[in-house]
Design a protein around this ligand. Structure first.
Ligand code: ACO
Length: 340
C-alpha cells in the first residue's frame, strides 16, 4: 500500500452477498424448541434464518460476497488496496481477512479483520473511508460476515431463534470530494453495558505445574439480556441518527431509505416512527434471514440495489448497533458502478 497525496471523497460503487443454502423456518425450530412461528414472528419479524452447512465456512461466504461486489464494480481484484472483514466469528482467531483476500485474488491488498459485532459493518465503513480519504487506498473491499450459528445454544429459545449466518460486501472507491458518498457518520461504544450481550471466554484452565495454569481457549454460547438490548436500541439509534441529521443539515424527509442493522422488526418500526419516516422507506429482510450480525446491512443493501429499490443518487441513513455495547450511524449516497 502506498500513500497518494490528495484528500478524497468516498464512492459506494457495488454490492455483493452470499448466504448459506440451508434455510430454517420458525416451524422447523419448534421441532426441538418450545417456541412457535407466531411467537417469533410477532415479536421479531423473523420467519427464517440461514445456517451454514459443511463447506460453507465464514471465509467462503465472505469471499463469495466479496467476489460478487468486485464483479459488479467491474474491478480487477488485483486493483484492490484494502480488504476489510468485519466479523466477530472468524474461522481463525488470528483473522480470516487474509484468507478472503487470497480467495478473491486481491493480491495487491492488505487485509485485516475488524471486530465490532452487529456494528461491525458500519465501523468498517468508517474505517475504510479514512483510508480512502487520506489517500492510503484507492479501492477498498469491505465485507461484513458472521456465522453466529456456531456460537449459539440451540436449546436456548430466548437467543437462538434470533440469529442466522450470512455475508455482504461493498466495493468502495476514492473519488473527488465533490462526489463524496459518505456525508457524515457518528460512532459510539459503552463497555460499561457490555454485560447485556456477550460471547465470553469459557472459564477453564489446565494445571501444568503448581502455579502454572494457562487458560484453555474456547467460548461460551452467546448470552443476551433481550429487554436491555431492546431498550438500548430504541433509545440510542434514533438519538444517533437525529444527531447525524442535525450535524449534516439533513431533513428526515430527504432520506430515501432507512437501512438499519436487522435485529428486530419492532426496533426498525420504533426507530422509523421516532424519525417520522413512513414504513415504505424502511428496508427490512428480517423475515428471510434474521439477525446476521455484521452482515445485515450489506446483505440488505445488496438486495435493495439488486431489485432496483435503491437507485444511484439516493440518500440512505444507516445505523448499526449491538454488542460492546456499540452503535453508530452513517449518511450515505449510493453511486453504483460507473457506466461506460
Ligand atoms: N418462543 C417462545 N417463548 C419465548 C421465546 C421463544 N423463542 N423466547 C422467550 N420466550 C418466553 C420467555 O421465556 C418468557 O416466558 P415467561 O414469561 O414464562 O418467563 C416470555 O417469552 C417473555 O420473554 P421476554 O424475554 O420478556 O420477551 P420479549 O417480549 O422481551 O421478547 C426479544 C424477547 C424478542 C428477544 C426482545 O427482547 C428483543 O427483541 N430484544 C432485542 C434483542 C436483539 O435485537 N438482540 C440482537 C442485538 S444485535 C447484536 O449485537 C447481536
Amino acid at each position: 500500500m502506498t500513500l497518494a497525496a490528495f484528500p478524497a471523497g468516498v464512492s459506494l460503487v457495488a454490492s455483493g452477498a452470499a448466504t448459506p443454502a440451508c434455510s430454517v423456518s420458525n416451524d422447523q425450530l419448534s421441532l426441538w424448541l418450545d417456541t412457535s412461528d407466531d411467537w417469533i414472528r410477532s415479536r421479531t419479524g423473523i420467519g427464517a434464518r440461514r445456517i451454514a452447512g459443511p463447506g460453507e465456512s465464514l471465509t467462503a461466504l465472505a469471499a463469495a460476497a466479496g467476489r460478487q461486489a468486485l464483479e459488479r464494480a467491474g474491478w480487477d481484484p488485483a486493483s484492490v488496496d484494502l480488504v476489510l472483514l468485519a466479523t466477530s466469528t472468524p474461522d481463525d482467531l488470528f483473522g480470516s481477512a487474509p484468507q478472503v483476500q487470497a480467495l478473491v485474488g486481491a493480491t495487491g491488498a492488505v487485509a485485516f479483520d475488524l471486530t465490532a459485532a452487529c456494528s461491525g459493518f458500519l465501523f468498517g465503513l468508517v474505517t475504510a473511508s479514512q483510508y480512502l480519504r487520506c489517500g492510503a487506498a484507492q479501492r477498498v473491499l469491505l465485507i461484513g460476515a458472521d456465522q453466529l450459528s456456531r456460537w449459539l445454544d440451540w436449546q436456548d429459545r430466548s437467543t437462538c431463534v434470533l440469529f442466522g449466518d450470512g455475508a455482504g460486501a461493498l466495493a468502495l472507491e476514492a473519488c473527488p470530494a465533490i462526489e463524496d458518498g459518505l456525508l457524515g457518520f457518528r460512532l459510539a461504544s459503552d463497555g460499561r453495558r457490555s454485560d447485556c450481550l456477550r460471547l465470553p471466554q469459557r472459564d477453564g484452565r489446565q494445571e501444568l505445574q503448581p502455579g502454572i495454569s494457562p487458560q484453555e481457549g474456547g467460548f461460551s454460547p452467546l448470552q443476551m439480556n433481550g429487554q436491555e438490548v431492546y431498550k438500548f436500541a430504541v433509545r440510542e439509534v434514533p438519538a444517533v441518527l437525529k444527531a447525524l441529521l442535525a450535524e449534516t443539515g439533513t431533513e428526515a424527509a430527504a432520506i430515501d431509505w432507512l437501512l438499519l442493522h436487522q435485529a428486530n422488526q419492532r426496533i426498525l418500526d420504533a426507530v422509523a416512527e421516532r424519525l417520522g419516516l413512513p414504513a415504505e422507506r424502511v428496508l427490512s429482510n428480517l423475515a428471510a434471514y434474521g439477525n446476521t450480525s455484521a452482515a445485515t446491512i450489506p446483505l440488505m443493501l445488496h438486495e435493495a440495489v439488486s431489485d432496483g429499490r435503491v437507485r444511484p443518487g439516493q440518500l440512505i441513513a444507516s445505523s448499526g448497533f449491538g454488542a460492546g455495547l456499540s452503535w453508530g450511524a452513517a449518511l450515505m449516497r449510493w453511486r453504483g458502478p460507473a457506466t461506460a
